[in-house]
Ligand binder design. Structure first.
Ligand SMILES: Nc1nc2c(ncn2[C@@H]2O[C@H](COP(=O)(O)OP(=O)(O)OP(=O)(O)O)[C@@H](O)[C@H]2O)c(=O)[nH]1
Ligand SMILES: [Mg+2]
Length: 201
């Protein structure tokens, strides 16, 4: 691939929409419930152990993190939803930041793909369903990544992937990529989707 994925840094950890980068660089956003494995997946994609912070206590960092890959791509780690122990104040901050990502991002025109993570053992939660139907109605291109597939037996995995394929909120033809961060399953397939969406050869 033409992209040097070793040349990567945290561009900004934005706590407010006015901190989103003005630089016109294609963006790939990662969405999912808290603890689904977004930060781990970004580390796996970039072959790093701890570039994106992986938290034992979920949902505590409420920021939108922009990782700059070789000056050509931003990987955007959105704060996870569905974290029950959030205070009302934290929940408000979460909503305004995630809404802000889509409505106040100066380069939302450069959002090429949303990578929607779903825990393959759990299947889509009600929050996941809300996100999926919103992505469909907003016409934002997305792929589904089925995370933590190392925690399933082969039979469970194939049943759960089938259930995703036929899920009413996941349109026919949506790529569904089984993924495991520790085992690096799906890394290549996901990069292929990302590079194609960002038109990077
Ligand atoms: N077995 C297994 N564990 C995983 C996988 N991905 C993430 N985890 C674990 O799940 C927990 C949460 O992972 P994170 O990557 O921090 O999840 P997150 O979606 O970024 O969570 P928030 O930042 O709170 O929204 C950590 O304990 C990870 O080690 C995976 O593919 N397989
Ligand atoms: Mg995270």
């Amino acid at each position: 691939m033409a992209l040097n994925t070793n040349n990567v840094s945290l561009f900004i950890s934005a706590g407010r929409p006015d901190q989103f980068p003005a630089r016109p660089t294609p963006q790939i956003a990662f969405s999912g419930r808290s603890n689904v494995g977004k930060s781990s997946l970004i580390n796996a994609l970039l072959g790093r152990k701890s570039l994106a912070r992986v938290s034992a206590t979920p949902g505590k960092t409420i920021t939108v993190n922009f990782y700059d890959v070789d000056g050509a791509l931003f990987l955007v780690d959105l704060p996870g939803y569905g974290y029950a122990k959030r205070t009302a104040e934290e929940q408000k901050k979460w909503s305004s930041l995630v809404d802000g990502y889509f409505s106040k991002n100066p380069h939302i025109d450069l959002l090429r793909l949303v990578v929607q993570l779903i825990d393959v053992r759990v299947g889509p939660t009600s929050d996941d369903n809300m996100m999926l139907s919103w992505l469909c109605s907003a016409g934002i291109p997305f792929v589904v990544v089925a995370t933590k597939c190392d925690k399933c037996t082969k039979t469970e995995l194939s049943q759960n992937l089938d259930a995703l394929t036929t899920h009413p909120n996941i349109p026919d033809g949506t790529p569904i990529i089984p993924f495991s961060s520790p085992k690096r399953i799906g890394v290549r397939e996901l990069w292929r989707e990302i590079l194609a969406a960002a038109s990077i050869k």
